[in-house]
Ligand binder design. Sequence first.
Ligand code: GLC
Length: 556
Amino acid sequence: MEMSPRPAAASAEWWRQAVVYQIYPRSFADSDGDGLGDLRGIVSRVPYLAALGIDAVWLSPFYPSALADGGYDVDDYRDVDPRLGTLADFDELTSALHGYGIRVIVDIVPNHTSNRHAWFLEALAAPKGSRARDRYVFRDGRGPARAEPPSDWPAAFGGPAWTRVGDGQWYLHLFAAEQPDLNWANREVRDDFLATLRFWADRGVDGFRVDVAHGLAKNLAEPLEPLPVKRHPADWPVPHGTHPLWDRDEVHDIYAEWRQVFNEYDPPRIGVAEAWVHPSRRPRYASASGLGQAFNFDLLEANWKAGEFLRIITDDLADAQRHGASTTWVLSNHDVVRHASRYALPARDDRDSLTNAKAWLLGNGTAPELDRGRGLRRARAATLLMLALPGSAYLYQGEELGLHEVTDIPAERIQDPAYLRSGGADKGRDGCRVPLPWATDGPSFGFGAGAAHLPQPAWFGPLSVEAQEHDHASTLTLYRQALGWRRTLQGAESLEWMPGTNGQVLDFRRPGGWRSVTNFGSRPVPLPHGTVIVTSGPLEEGLLPADTTAWVIPAS
Ligand code: GLC
């Protein structure tokens, strides 16, 4: 297995076609047996990451946090949660990863702090109208005695987006009450985040994943605007740039300032925006004068249908090319049902795969029958297709083991605020955050020396790294092979659809001539003549079966 620094690592444009592996640190590897993953745990697994063949890791938040939202409630942006380690551990991790040519991306959470952040404690203690309160969004309530929230805006995790404090004012939180929104019209807030970016960039961090990047600029003019109604997931409710809370044009002034900081470094640091916006608006976040890259969640939402994949790939590549950006692809992350399980659900014509999976987790009826075998087969085929595409690909820890969502976490163990705030109606996101199985047995399948902070199911054992490492047919082997070939074959950011492409089959050629063919249909199909280098599942008498992808180097 090749472990030397990757050639692309030398380039300032390393990110354009990078494979980035997302680590959810509290669930990756536990070095001290307290049940919680930590930075030294990640250090111990750096050789695993190198052998996997990724170009970068993105670390979800490891900052001090009460974990009201899995660490996305940050107490201090320039420190490490003591349960996860120290800044010295962070430096060691960065240098261990860099030693293998693996870049480091950290998560910046600028829309809100936690309610334990020094600024918020100061705001609570300070009077109405004070400078300390102006860093957040405090307002008087409506109605008699000002006892009604200032507006009817809902919080993402349920309930109103406003919480009342001791002196009767209300503060805004678009997520949990423990996540007060910052006021990005405030210069001090802006400058403080520039200092945070420099703090991590000076420590050698290569890039930043920007949480809720489309939410920072808000229209807070009085009277507060009611929210426009969204009728269908594909509809944007108002003319672009005019929603009171999301994707306002002014947000890009903030990222222009961040870009200046990024460009102080050599190579320039990069940002990747988590912006759930209309696809036509994505390039603004991904521009060279902005963050540089934005997540593209289109494949993650798509159903397993050739036509949907074809349209998304064609449109997104055209968009990226028009704007000089490189596109990103994502099938799973820490917020969504794992793709092996999404594809195991019976499809619904009126829903995209993500909406379908979320409805399943609402648990408000009889659970549909899962076809786990089919789900994994399709997940492997989708991943192999994704890894053949130009642009960069984001992988989420555990998908390389073919993990399914864990859906039977006992109620008293669920941590996600989405569950707690929905009164238990929504099972939330813990199911994709269960600690990884490294070994076939042991107290937490090799995650650590003690029980894991979220319970692991018995079926994790046979899916452990230990069980898959030397199995030629395993999902882990597939990821390693695919990433190895991807690096060898990597060329310009383009693809050409081949005549074999139709309503059942996607067949495209990459520069250098190699082909990726995916069969979305139900009958086996022939492959181009040549050498089959990787397949997501076994071929049938030389034919590509249903729900399978193959990479082929055609005979010349
Ligand atoms: C992002 C994160 C998610 C978090 C939310 C609030 O969507 O990915 O995990 O709950 O922001 O910070």
